[in-house]
Ligand binder design. Structure first.
Ligand code: ZN
Length: 461
């Protein structure tokens, strides 16, 4: 088993992975706030941590991957209000679409996808523990965390106190400044305000939790305190992760996670996606245009810690690399062992992943292998290439497929399928049949499989 090194934001260096529970690595990555469909930037942590799980499993570890869904948040109230909709309905719809959009990446689901709205009792208990310990106080129905009660505050983000604006009043029409003991403090519980259409009961009156405590509670419910890896985008280091870490130290007297891994941001270059309004790139549109293999290839083309430029030419490059692999697969002997004297590339591929999950270095080895196989011509077995592709989530690449990814199912079809399931659960069979016809018109047949209904290309298409 290789030693796996990961960059840890708190210590600023590489740490060797040594699982708390032998052979079972616990990973919590912060997932999306579901107020709109997710964009390509939200897909990066999903892909990085899903593939890290695959790599660790390849190395012989068991992995418990948790990626949460934040479905109670100011942004959701604001978006719902602007659309004249109920916030819970918007969050439920966007959660379904998030799952449908990320399903199309072909990487499977995380082991757990907790919802903040379904974790309310542990969240309220957590806040009560902080209040009881003197780390939090109630003010006007809100509850705030007393930042100066945690001597290690700042140890994750390494910020100076004067650069620690919690940013809470930017979105809040009822500024918290007068209620806080100290501007550094942040909200654990927010009293219900007029215009908010959901609320939960608490010892401090009706309201809803702050964002940071939601994640501390969801992570702890599923992984306990002191789990192995906490991940998320680098934009979450402060205040979100700093605050999660502080809450756990204050309530439990321990660190929440051993390693804090942060992925760089996707940088939009100002180019528009063909069908998009404005300078955003919704994941489902990028997938519809380039297919899942090219999108995954693009997302692993840079080191996860570095920013990654988003542009048409980057995606086209990724599509060309997928094409090169598919082309090589056509010439290889299917399901045959690869030549032992090419195995050093495969070893170097996995060594690169063990060294802070260096996917670009690993890909360079994979393409060296492909070049060598092409040079040798007939008779090279595909097993090593298949092993590498499997860990990158590209194991489904088939030499028989046409270029341009026939595996991509259009997102409209997915949402029609969901509406049919909804109709069936409401026993509206007429509507369900209508949607089935609609799908057939789009070239999809519904097949009821062991894991629920699936879409398969309609015969005659
Ligand atoms: Zn979080």
């Amino acid at each position: 088993m290789r030693e796996v090194l990961l960059h840890d934001t708190r210590s600023g260096g590489l740490l060797a992975l040594s699982p708390r529970d032998a052979w079972r690595v616990g990973i919590y990555a912060c997932g999306p706030t579901v107020y709109s469909r997710i964009h390509i930037g939200n897909a990066r942590p999903f892909v990085v941590f899903s593939l890290l799980k695959r790599f660790l499993e390849h190395e012989g570890y068991g992995v418990n991957l948790v990626i949460n869904i934040t479905d109670v948040n100011d942004k959701i109230y604001d978006a719902a209000r602007a659309q004249g909709r109920a916030s819970a309905e918007l969050a439920a719809e966007m959660s379904d679409l998030y799952r449908a959009d990320t399903d199309l990446l072909g990487l499977g689901r995380p082991d757990h996808e907790p919802l903040a709205s379904e974790t309310m009792t542990p969240i309220v208990d957590y806040i009560q523990t902080l209040v009881d310990g003197g780390h939090a106080y109630e003010a006007g129905g809100d509850v705030y965390f007393r930042v100066r009660s945690d001597p290690a505050y700042g140890s994750l983000s390494h910020r100076q106190l004067e650069n620690m604006d919690q940013g809470e009043d930017e979105l809040d029409p009822h500024p918290t400044a007068q209620r806080k003991e100290d501007p550094l403090d942040f909200a654990l519980w927010k009293a219900h305000k007029p215009g908010e259409d959901t609320l939960w009961q608490s010892p401090w009156g009706p309201g809803r939790p702050g964002w940071h405590i939601e994640c501390s509670a969801m992570a702890e419910c599923l992984l306990g305190v002191g789990f192995d890896i906490h991940g998320g985008g680098s934009d979450l280091v402060f205040p979100h992760h700093e605050n999660e870490a502080a809450q756990t130290r204050a309530a439990r007297g321990a660190e929440l996670a051993k390693v804090w891994m942060h992925n760089g941001m996707i940088q939009l270059t100002g180019e528009k996606m063909a069908k998009s309004q404005g300078n955003i790139a919704p994941l489902h549109e990028v997938l519809a245009e380039y297919g899942p293999h090219a999108v995954v290839m693009y997302l692993i083309s840079g080191h996860y810690r570095q920013p990654l430029a988003f542009s048409q030419s980057e995606l086209e490059d990724a599509a060309r690399r997928v094409h090169r692999i598919r082309d090589a697969l056509r010439r290889l002997e299917q399901e045959r062992p690869s030549p032992p004297d090419m195995a050093h590339h495969t070893v170097a591929f996995f060594d690169a992943l063990a060294n802070d999950f260096n996917t670009p270095a690993a890909l360079a080895e994979l393409f060296e292998w492909v070049r060598e196989a092409n040079r040798r011509g007939a008779g090279v077995g595909d097993s090593d290439l298949r092993e590498m592709l499997g860990v990158l989530g590209l194991g489904e690449l088939s030499p028989l497929q046409a270029d341009g990814d026939v595996t991509s199912i259009d997102p409209e079809a997915i949402s029609l399928l969901q509406r049919r399931e909804q109709a069936r659960s409401e026993r509206d069979f007429e509507a369900a049949d209508r949607i089935r016809e609609d799908l057939r018109g789009r070239g999809w047949e519904i097949r009821d499989g062991p894991n629920g209904p699936e879409l398969v290309p309609a015969t005659g298409h």
